[in-house]
Design a protein around this ligand. Structure first.
Ligand code: DP6
Length: 393
């Protein structure tokens, strides 16, 4: 039996992917740019075994068996990697042997955070390791067919998914813009918001947007091409000010498109909007753009902030969004910040103004994940396996 275990990171888009020109091949209507997060705090982990006695392809997700062969996206990933293996002459594992796959996220899926990107990236990366094929752009085109945003999780640092123009999607691939070492003090705070509403899944929401939004084509054709160039330059120059402005504007435009969809898709809630107001008030109080927000298809906020500004931003968040769980590792997860919650951090006087502290109820944030820019997927040693004799442990 051949067994391989790998982990893959989450990525959060700065320029959003929203809208497909081909549903089946998952070809987007515009380029997107993301930052890969450190896998220490959030990652998907996948083990794949292949053996001649396995009767069917099977998969367990977070311990529960899921249908595999009826799932077109999973099968397209498996077939895609096998096709590359044939083209590469890789014969490490016979291609007609069935596979057993176990996959887990090390963060709660209930948090509504990008789990499909890490999951499909991990699946495709682990298959590539199993069959012994290289990690390259062709492989990102396979991950893309699992979930669009997954293609960006095959690389670390900042990554651009090029929409491509070809009908077969072979040029719709992800490329690294810069490695994580280029901007190592880039940190992220994910504010997990309490929310129980049922939201339209991304795949459906973007489908409806393409057919009903009058604004989405303008975004894809005019706004995004300019923004991707400007953001790439801001990243290359480590220009946080431009980076922050473009990121916030693109998040706002994505949610404007969601509202322009008919019937509308509402992903942000009142707490999300008060976080937006908070970030703008905070930046004004400190006199420069030190924090940037972005929201995916849900109410949680991802805040980008440089490492040296994290303690002050966290202290301000604590002032504006008080929480009974502070100080605790349950509330601030991931990278710990000394003295968080002790109110030792000196805040500019403007931050204590009544304006800044809109009246907010307590405990509107469930918890905060503090992480930073990270690497792409990696293979783990055999003692990390999620399968024993082909069955989940
Ligand atoms: C808002 O990649 O989950 O996170 O390709 O249909 O699986 P499918 O969609 P998915 O959409 C992600 C949308 C987003 C923006 C982004 O990550 O770029």
């Amino acid at each position: 039996m051949h067994t391989v275990t790998c982990i893959a990171p989450v990525n959060i888009a700065l320029i959003k992917y929203w809208g497909k020109r081909n549903e089946e091949l998952i070809l987007p209507i515009n380029d997107s740019i993301s930052m890969t997060l450190n896998a220490n705090e959030m990652c998907a982990k996948t083990t794949i075994s292949s053996w001649e006695t396995f009767k069917a392809n099977r998969m367990w997700l977070n311990g529960e068996e899921v249908t595999f062969e009826e799932n077109a996206r999973l099968m397209r990933c498996l077939d895609g990697v096998r096709r590359l293996a044939v083209a590469n002459g890789a014969l490490k594992v016979p291609l007609n042997w069935k596979v057993h796959i176990a996959s887990r996220n090390n963060f709660p899926t209930a948090a509504g955070l990008a789990s499909s990107a890490a999951g499909y990236a991990c699946l495709v990366y682990t298959l590539a390791r199993l069959y012994g094929i290289p990690i390259n752009e062709e492989l990102t085109a396979v991950a893309r067919q699992g979930s669009g945003s997954a293609c960006r999780s095959l690389y670390g640092g900042f990554v651009r998914w090029h929409s491509g123009v070809l009908d077969d999607g072979s040029d719709s691939v992800a490329k690294q813009v810069v490695s994580p070492d280029h901007w190592p003090n880039m940190h992220i705070l994910i504010l997990v918001v309490n929310d129980a509403r049922k939201k339209t899944p991304s795949t459906k929401g973007m489908q409806r947007a393409v057919t009903t939004s009058a604004l989405i084509q303008h975004r894809a054709k005019v706004v995004v091409p300019r923004r991707t160039e400007e953001l790439t330059e801001a990243i290359q120059l480590r220009d946080f000010n431009s980076f922050a402005e473009i990121t916030m504007k693109d998040s706002n435009q994505f949610h404007a498109i969601a509202l322009d969809t008919y019937p509308p898709c509402v992903y942000m809630n009142d707490v999300s909007h008060s976080i937006v107001n908070f970030v703008h008030a905070y930046n004004e109080a400190v006199g420069s753009l030190q924090a940037a927000y972005t929201f995916d298809a849900g109410p949680n906020a991802c805040l980008y902030v440089l490492e040296e500004n994290v303690p002050q931003l966290l202290a301000a968040i604590q002032l504006a969004f008080p929480n009974d769980l502070v100080p605790s590792v349950e509330y601030l997860r991931g990278i710990q910040v000394p003295n968080f919650g002790s109110q030792n951090e000196k805040l500019p006087s403007k931050l204590s103004d009544a304006d800044f502290l809109e009246k907010r109820s307590k405990n509107v944030l469930k918890y905060i994940i503090h992480t930073k820019i990270g690497n792409g997927p990696s293979q783990l040693s055999d003692d990390n396996s999620l399968l024993v004799d082909g069955l989940p442990v």
